[in-house]
Design a protein around this ligand. Structure first.
Ligand code: ADP
Length: 347
């Protein structure tokens, strides 16, 4: 049904068959008129339909800009985005910005009317032409997101996690094909994140919805996303499923972002007995430590993290972060032996 929606805004566009749901080629965008600095630069990627894709990267890496380019809120400086083979219309093609088949949930709940109740915030997205349908659809989506018991509460009086659920209901009530979310878990308490993520996964499984979300904290989306797009300084560095990117990152940046890995240059690696011509990454969980009488490594710091400790060890040349769940926590300055079970060399 979305096949006709894009082309009607760009008469010169012709459909390109056989592409992924979202397909971008050499996409660039600059906020500056002279195009000296790109917020997104030469980004080419494919996003599969019916899956959850997370765009991750440090703050300022271009994630939100990329999300807005996909939605058609920003006009690319160069390159194209296609949805189902049709070029995504932007402001110049269309009076109301944003692709018809997509909905964007932005950060900060700007779209919510905090003084209206939850029901009205969601129901207001539907026309009054069919009141019965409006009632039924609102009840259904509130139930789906498990906030039906909050229907009569003012948005101002509910938690951040509940507000996020209201924002998602508003976005989904008109049954978009793609849901775009900018930092959706930022204002959701850690203890409520898992249930919200599970509900989102269930919706994707049951409806075939495509989700594209942005996160600066990749650990929160490792379990949620089917695919990750890694951004650094406006460029896409890596794209793959979370398992591959975690265990075989192709860039030190990805290893640091996803695994808080230890990145060592060849000289530093050599002090651990590792010969490599390239920089290497050692994930924290690949290092095991044991106390000893004498060693070049000693404990520099240890942090209690609940069921595990984060230990910083050093030989005065290299600092290494590692974790231990052992009950015997080495004390500061204690000498330690270390065993390294795995490491990755970068090309
Ligand atoms: P992220 O979402 O990864 O934090 P953004 O896409 O928001 O990154 O920003 C990418 C770059 O574009 C940053 O350098 C940011 O400062 C710049 N930028 C973002 N929005 C604007 C704007 N409205 N005007 C000028 N520069 C902007």
């Amino acid at each position: 049904m979305a096949h006709s929606s894009s082309c009607q805004y760009i008469p010169s566009d012709t459909h390109v068959p056989g592409l992924a749901a979202v397909h971008a080629e050499q996409l660039s965008f600059s906020f500056h008129e002279n195009n000296v600095q790109f917020a997104v630069e030469n980004a080419s990627f494919d996003i599969e339909g019916g899956k959850i894709t997370a765009i991750i990267g440090e703050s300022g890496s271009g994630k939100s800009t990329l999300l807005r380019l996909i939605y058609g809120l920003l006009e690319p400086t160069s390159g194209t985005v296609r949805y189902k083979g049709w070029q995504v219309p932007t402001r110049k093609d269309k009076l109301i910005p944003g692709h018809d088949s997509m909905k964007l949930v932005s950060q900060g709940f700007d779209d919510l009317n905090t003084y209206a109740n939850v029901w009205d915030n969601v129901a207001s997205q539907l026309p009054n032409t069919d009141i019965k349908r409006k009632q039924d659809k609102t009840a259904e989506i509130l139930q789906r997101l498990r906030i039906d018991h909050l229907a009569k509460k003012r948005v101002a009086d509910i938690s951040g996690g509940e507000k996020q659920r209201v924002a998602i209901c508003r976005a989904l009530i008109n049954e978009p094909e793609v849901l775009l979310m900018d930092e959706p878990f930022n204002q959701v308490d850690a203890s409520f994140r898992d249930t919200l993520q599970q509900d989102i996964k269930d919706i994707v499984r049951d409806t075939g919805l495509t989700i594209i979300l942005v996160s600066h904290d990749p650990t929160e989306v490792l379990a949620l996303a089917d695919n990750l797009i890694v951004m650094k300084s406006g460029k896409i560095l890596d794209q793959n499923n979370p398992h591959v990117l975690y265990s075989e990152p192709s860039h030190p940046y990805t290893a640091l972002l996803l695994a808080k890995s230890n990145i060592l240059n060849p000289e530093q690696a050599q002090t651990l007995g590792i010969e490599s011509e390239k920089s290497i990454a050692i994930h924290q969980e690949w290092i095991s430590i044991s106390t000893t009488e004498e060693s070049s490594f000693f404990v520099k710091d240890s942090k209690f993290r609940g069921f595990y400790y984060e230990i910083l060890i050093s030989n005065n040349t290299v600092d290494l972060h590692c974790i231990t769940t052992s009950q015997l926590i080495p004390k500061k300055n204690q000498a330690v032996d270390l065993t390294i079970s795995n490491w990755i060399a970068f090309d």
